[in-house]
Write a protein that binds this ligand. Structure first.
Ligand code: NI
Length: 193
């Protein structure tokens, strides 16, 4: 496994449409393993293959509803994801690993049903809500060359960003030491995908 370079704002690859995965082979598994390591290293909520320069429909999502202290166990791999149904609305702050330090309010569906394939090509469907639904929409957008900045209704000010981090830190202090690992992750859950 290897940590891959995450493409940053201004890289035209981020604006391109990714192609469907047809071969569920070792090459795909290496990409997925590298993306997992890259996502954990960056402490994000999701990562799409085009963000590491690979124009294939491959996405990782961190599902915080999976109870585990180990982020590795919360990662879901989505190959060729397709959003089937969506409902409700949620306007919250959102960021992206390709746009560090920038946060904006984006309205996303509150609930999303999607289909995808796992790393062996097996089909599955899932219904996700709130922050996980937001992450799925954000990452599927990446596969279509859509960056979150084009959807931002309003950028957070420096002060608001500081407040966002401060309030999370305050929440942290209420947690016991045992819960620290989980809470550390939650601090970042809104930040970057
Ligand atoms: Ni992103």
């Amino acid at each position: 496994m290897a940590i891959r370079n995450i493409l940053q704002d201004g890289d035209s690859t981020l604006l391109k449409t990714s192609r469907k995965v047809t071969d569920f082979d070792k090459r795909l598994h290496t990409l997925l393993d590298d993306m997992r390591e890259t996502l954990i290293d960056a402490n994000g909520l999701g990562l799409a293959a085009p963000q590491v320069g690979v124009l294939r429909r491959v996405v990782l999502i961190v599902d915080i509803n999976i109870e585990s202290d180990d982020m590795e166990e919360q990662i879901i791999e989505l190959i060729n994801p397709v959003i089937l149904e969506q409902s409700g609305e949620d306007s919250s702050s959102e960021g992206c690993l390709s746009f560090p330090g920038i946060y904006g309010i984006v309205t996303r569906p509150a609930t999303v049903k999607f289909s995808a394939q796992d790393r062996f090509g097996k089909d599955f469907e899932m219904v996700v809500e709130n922050i996980t639904a937001r992450a799925v929409c954000h990452e599927v957008d990446h596969l279509n060359g859509v960056i979150f900045k084009t959807l931002v209704e309003r950028y957070l000010t420096e002060e608001e960003i500081e407040e966002m981090f401060a309030s999370r830190e305050a929440n942290n202090e209420e947690e016991s030491v045992e819960e620290k690992t989980v809470e550390d992750k939650q601090v970042d859950e809104n930040q970057t995908s």
